[in-house]
Design a protein around this ligand. Sequence first.
Ligand code: NAD
Length: 370
Amino acid sequence: MAEFRITVIPGDGIGPEVTDSACEVLKLVAKTSGHTFTFNEVMAGGIAIDTCQQPLPEETLEAARQSDAVLLGAVGGPKWDGLPGNMRPEAALLGLRKGLGLYANLRLAILFPELKAASPLRPDLVEDGVDILIVRELTGGIYFGRRGLAESAETLEDGTPKGMEAFDIETYSEAEIERILRSGFISAMERRKKLTVVDKANILETSRLWRKVTERVKMDYPEVEVDFMYVDNASMQLLKRPTSFDVIVTSNMFGDILSDEAGMITGSIGMLPSASLGASGKPGMYEPVHGSAPDIAGQGIANPLATILSAAMMLRFSLGLSKEADRLERAVKQTLADGWRTVDLAQGDKKMVLGTEAITKKVMEAYLDE
Ligand code: NAD
């Protein structure tokens, strides 16, 4: 039986409520599997600013580095909105990504058939549910490239001075592309073995390099069916035939936009888990896609399912406990199939609406019932 160290960063707003839920579920997984999970709770975000005047204290980063995996709630809130960028709670997220070398962001967009009424798409398009994994490159591309802002000396064709001029440069190296592609291929091998590389290769040189590297890397994964799609087409196809996608691999900016679009198909931000992974053997970070939801914090009504599903990703990707991960995902599905909802998912019968703690208990019961 193995021992795993999990760093828990509850953060702000509903963060502590949803991480508490996920930890309760993880304790049950430990008890039933015989493995030992040790939880170490540390601070980041607004609470860390209030307590130690910085969004990401060095002890937090060090604790994260020393662990097998990190579970994060959410950071931020109106109280800290006026602070300068590097002192805002969200700076903790960038610091953790950088400090842990997390270059792959995996976002699952799952629409459980039981929740299809919550999707903005026509029911016949999502009849059998949706299950898409978006693998987004997280530390390169245009968000991290050279940038600048200066007064231009030029004019438009009609003589109008251009005024201020800004640029942001997209750069990708073969090595950066290869490692994110491999994350995609490995995920595809564990899923339905279909991988779509989304790019803009008709215009961008970086995209053409992505395609070239893909042609080489795909030789190592002959079972995976690979196709390429321009990002404009991908954004349409996600709405037109969402069930045709399995794994999408793409650059930082395209992944940022497409993962929000795919997330919306599922109808509720409270259902979307994510994983951020670095080199193998290094700790991954797992968090719900939603923020700290200050409007509902402290009311006990936050939907914990995105964080519980993030814990399932942690079991699979960082702790190597795939069987337990599958079982936990089935328990969440069963809870929904039994009709239980949190307030954000509710569409009718108020009797089936539960608070954060109560729906967590239902998931744990479903896990035990297997
Ligand atoms: P949000 O995701 O916090 O909330 C958007 C809406 O969704 C709100 O109405 C909220 O009540 C609802 N919601 C979100 N999660 C829910 C859940 N689990 N259950 C039920 N309802 C839920 O986004 P926002 O309002 O734009 O941001 C609030 C704060 O969170 C801001 O300070 C923002 O910077 C921060 N934020 C943090 C992260 C993160 O920590 N990773 C991500 C996004 C936003």
